[in-house]
Design a protein around this ligand. Structure first.
Ligand SMILES: Cc1cc2nc3c(=O)[nH]c(=O)nc-3n(C[C@H](O)[C@H](O)[C@H](O)COP(=O)(O)OP(=O)(O)OC[C@H]3O[C@@H](n4cnc5c(N)ncnc54)[C@H](O)[C@@H]3O)c2cc1C
Length: 493
């Protein structure tokens, strides 16, 4: 008989697994807390502008291609390779660094401060590449049934990588480059994991290889939300129903099987199999009320930073600004050591600016620009009060205006601000932590909240806080791992 699956949450992880399951003949239904699909991969349409709200590019494009192939569909969105990947500006210099994938072209920009940059970068990338290829299939794209099997797998990783286990991302980069500019630029990618290069393991220098050499970064034509729209269209063809504005808050289960989930209105939801796309630790805490995931225990886990994001529609064009840009200050080490926990770090914030309308003209009215700012901030455990959000946003707008030589404040005709409070409340993120659980050694692989439930055999998890981790390609891999678990259960019963 056709098995029924209920998926809680329509983020990328939930949507991708829904399509895999529907294509395999399962009867799939989804429920989502918010009024539209996408989760953190979302969109605001306001005052004639379109803004991507979270992700602005992705790596490992082949994961999306493979996903489409496995679902027997054409990829339902078009992506464009980024080159330069992004630009970096320092506040004490008028120079803009363009992060070209061509290392010769990249090195040209460092010739005055680090003349042998090209050789150093090639050597660094070679090592990062080995790390990537020796771990990705073994550790990232695998389900683990126990800590024992995970450790056995780790023992198969080439032992030449053992020294990186004891180093930080920053010290690995510092061993390879001598100028502060090269060190800071190369280690920026550690922030993409929601922590800093100082508290991220050197293992993640493999990300430098993924950005510069392996596959690079990609944008989506028409904005990142086209990914969601494309998959939702495919789900419609498979008759997958998504019920919005419905939040699961409680459950009824016997000792082995989850019988019902209960939403805020008291409605009961049932299916043979339940897949949770809400944060895997938070759901176990709030809905299943598990002791191991009490608020106190969640607070003791290691979470990623929060994000202050804001979305500006302005009534002029900014030809001097590129599509993806990082604006750094002059106190990188001090800043990075403070940004996770110390609200004072926001006096001189570092930030990222995305000009979506640069290559997607439909995302802003004619002659206007759609801007999206992301500023790493302490999560709500360390900065619970955001009454000062307007002044922080104003200071970033002033700094940006100074650095691009144009005061954009009088040009603003649309403005939306999300502090970690909005991120927390919209998507049930613990303390507004933007990327979920961080990726330190005791929170990855079999040490991360598992993608199968400890108690109920018919409950599984997919998404950023279960395996393998945060980011869009990881959500696609996560969907494959959850799908494999569900298939195994179905085979048995
Ligand atoms: C500011 C920002 C920038 C980012 N930039 C990038 C980037 O450039 N590139 C990249 O690859 N990644 C980026 N990421 C990370 C990426 O967005 C996430 O890793 C990914 O979208 C997570 O998808 P998910 O399916 O795991 O979870 P989510 O997107 O969080 O989806 C989970 C869904 O479950 C719903 N839900 C939760 N609890 C319940 C409940 N009890 N009942 C019903 N529904 C529920 C939520 O509303 C949500 O829709 C960024 C994230 C942020 C916040």
């Amino acid at each position: 008989m056709q098995k029924t699956v209920l998926i809680v949450g329509a983020g990328l992880g939930g949507l991708a697994t829904a399509l895999r399951l529907a294509k395999k003949g399962y009867k799939v239904e989804m429920i989502e807390k918010n009024s539209q699909a996408g989760g953190r991969l979302n969109q605001i349409k306001k005052d004639g502008f379109t803004f991507d709200t979270g992700p602005s590019f992705f790596s490992m494009s082949y994961e999306f291609k493979e996903f489409a192939k496995e679902c027997n569909i054409n990829l339902p969105f078009k992506y464009v390779e980024l080159d330069p990947l992004y630009t970096v500006n320092f506040s004490d210099s008028p120079k803009t660094y363009f992060l070209y994938k061509d290392i010769k072209k990249l090195a040209e920009q460092f010739k005055d401060i680090e003349p042998d940059f090209e050789q150093k970068m090639n050597k660094y990338l070679k090592k990062s590449g080995r790390l990537f290829h020796d771990t990705v299939d073994l550790v990232i794209k695998n389900n683990f049934n126990s800590i024992f099997s995970y450790i056995l797998t780790l023992m198969c990783v080439n032992p030449t990588h053992i020294p990186v286990l004891f180093r930080s991302f920053w010290s690995q980069v510092k061993q390879n480059f001598s100028s502060k500019e090269a060190q800071q630029i190369v280690s920026l990618v550690a922030f993409f994991l929601g922590r800093t290069p100082f508290d991220t393991s050197a293992i993640y220098t493999l990300l430098s290889y993924t950005e510069f050499e392996h596959d690079g970064y990609y944008n989506v034509e028409g904005g990142m939300y086209k990914i969601v729209e494309g998959i939702v269209d495919e789900l419609k063809k498979e008759n997958v129903k998504i019920t919005y504005n419905t939040e699961i808050v409680d459950f009824i289960g016997n000792s082995k099987k989850l019988d019902y989930l209960i939403d805020k209105q008291g409605n009961k939801w049932a299916a043979d199999i339940i897949l949770v796309n809400g944060d895997a630790a938070v759901f176990r805490s709030r809905v299943f009320k598990r002791e191991k995931y009490s608020i106190e225990k969640l607070d003791k886990m290691n979470w990623t930073m929060g994000y202050l994001t804001f979305y500006l529609g302005i009534k002029s064009k900014l030809p001097q600004v590129n599509h993806h840009n990082y604006f750094l200050g002059t106190n990188f080490e001090q800043y990075a050591n403070n940004v996770l926990q110390n609200p004072d770090s926001l006096q001189k914030p570092y930030y990222y600016v995305n000009v979506l309308s640069k290559h997607n003209l439909d995302c802003a009215p004619e002659g206007c620009e759609s801007l999206f700012f992301v500023c790493p901030v302490p999560n709500l455990k360390y900065k619970p009060n955001w009454e000062d959000k307007d002044s922080i946003v104003d200071s970033i707008i002033a700094d940006f205006s100074k650095r691009i030589n144009k005061d954009i404040k009088p040009e603003i005709i649309s403005k939306t601000i999300y502090t970690p409070i909005e991120w927390q409340n919209q998507f049930n993120l613990h303390r507004g932590s933007g990327l979920g659980l961080s990726h330190n050694m005791n929170q990855i692989g079999a040490f991360r909240p598992a993608n199968f439930d400890e108690k109920y055999k018919n409950v599984f998890y997919v998404g950023a806080s279960t395996i393998p981790g945060a980011g869009l390609p990881m959500a696609i891999i996560s969907s494959k791992l959850a799908f494999e678990r569900i298939e195994k259960l179905a085979e048995k019963s």
